[in-house]
Design a protein around this ligand. Structure first.
Ligand SMILES: *Cc1c(COP(=O)(O)O)cnc(C)c1O
Length: 400
């Protein structure tokens, strides 16, 4: 008899985006309206930058010749990319990270979901509410207990230190879904907590490239001591439009440790290396060459232009929505705006109103956790003209 992993039965149904699609479909069918604009998409819309496209072409040409063909690459990623990452994302900020502390992957979702495998089953996990669902679901699959850290208007969406002890803390800043940030002093409190309690921080920096304010850290390693307690996840998906190309990386400093039941300190870097070598066979050579090109002068300039395009959307969205009387959070250092629903209506009711009255789609905040109810998430990843048209419709609805 084969037994099922019953932890999977504890997962709540993850139908958020399916539910949204269904409601939109039903509305279109009953109203005859076809032209619905989505400000709910979590995917980028600008094409891959030229520097990355050229790198993929060149890599494909190498692959077509026996003398330069590449088969399996190193599970940890090619050194050309790991070196570009160390120089481009860390040395340039005065942070010392070794090439062998960088693990290239096929996107941050895999590693943010998988990294929990190398820590014990009995760790208590702290997650913000609202949260990127990957952290929650991967820990439920493993059977761990989760403590929630509410992020609300009252605390400025900065999670407070937990009252009970926690062993592993997931932080994602700039945040998906709220678009809010932790300043250096806010993050320092968490690093100090982790040092004092022997805890680990799993830090998701997927939106680091969208930061514009100077007091917002791009990496947790800007905080003293973080190199002993933190693992950091990065992705080229939002930074450089790699959602379809697939590439990211995880930093596991050699100093980061956890203890065995008998109290022996064990380094996580060799454990993660062992795990990856067993279960992962590397990221495509083409993707890694494309990622390397993101760090070239042209690549930097082109990705910066795409980010500015999205952040221009975010800025206009924030201005218009505030003018219309909404309380709007985020959107300054992240491509997400977290909008309070008027009159405290729940997320789904506001979703329906916005769809029916303005023909605009948002993402209900409650889909990211109970504390997200009464909010919706809007994204700045749309085409500029579409975003302006969506705002025009919202204005027309409210001023009608
Ligand atoms: C989009 C996103 C990622 C990156 O996912 P990829 O697998 O690299 O495409 C990671 N974390 C968060 C919170 C995200 O929103």
């Amino acid at each position: 008899m084969a037994f099922v992993n019953e932890n999977f039965l504890k997962l709540s149904d993850n139908y958020l985006f399916a539910d949204i699609a269904k409601r939109v479909r039903e509305f279109k069918a009953e109203s005859g309206v076809e032209d619905v604009i989505s400000l709910g998409i979590g995917d980028v819309t600008q094409p891959l930058c030229e520097a990355a496209v050229k790198a993929i072409h060149d890599a494909a040409a190498e692959m077509s010749v026996a003398s330069t063909f590449r088969g399996y690459g190193p599970e940890q990623g090619y050194d050309f990319l790991r070196e570009a990452i160390v120089m481009g994302d860390f040395m340039s900020r005065g942070i010392k990270i070794g090439v062998d502390e960088v693990f290239v992957n096929d996107g941050a979702k895999s590693d943010t979901g998988n990294f929990q495998e190398i820590v014990g089953k009995d760790n208590i996990i702290a997650l913000t509410d609202p949260v990127y669902p990957v952290y929650m679901d991967s820990n439920i699959m493993a059977g761990r207990r989760v403590v929630k850290l509410p992020c609300l208007v009252d605390n400025g969406f900065v999670p407070e230190l937990p009252e009970e002890h926690v062993d592993v803390i997931y932080l994602c800043y700039p945040n998906n879904p709220t678009g809010t940030v932790l300043k250096k002093d806010d993050l320092r409190k968490w690093v100090d907590y982790a040092i004092e309690h022997g805890s680990l921080i799993f830090y998701d920096a997927a939106y680091e490239a969208f930061i514009s304010n100077d007091d917002v850290p791009h990496s947790i390693y800007e905080i003293d001591g973080a190199e002993r307690v933190a693992v950091e996840f990065h992705s080229f998906s939002k930074t450089a439009g790699f959602t379809g190309v697939r590439c990211g990386y995880t930093v596991v400093p050699k100093e980061v440790t956890a203890v065995t039941a008998s109290g022996k300190r064990v380094r996580l870097n060799p454990l993660w290396n062992r795990r990856q070598s067993t279960k992962f066979n590397g990221t495509s050579y083409l993707s890694q060459r494309a990622a390397e090109a993101v760090y070239s002068p042209e690549g930097r300039e082109q990705t910066r232009a795409a980010i500015e395009y999205y952040m221009r959307n975010a800025s206009i969205m924030g201005d218009v929505l505030r003018e219309l009387g909404f309380d709007v959070y985020g959107g300054e250092d992240a491509p997400y705006l977290w909008v309070k629903t008027p009159e405290n209506v729940d997320s789904w009711s506001f979703f329906d109103r916005l769809l029916r009255k303005a023909h605009v789609v948002c993402t209900p905040g409650v889909g990211f956790g109970q504390c997200g109810d009464g909010f919706v998430r809007l994204t700045a990843f749309g085409q500029h003209e579409q975003t302006l048209e969506a705002l025009r419709r919202v204005r027309e609805w409210l001023e009608r």
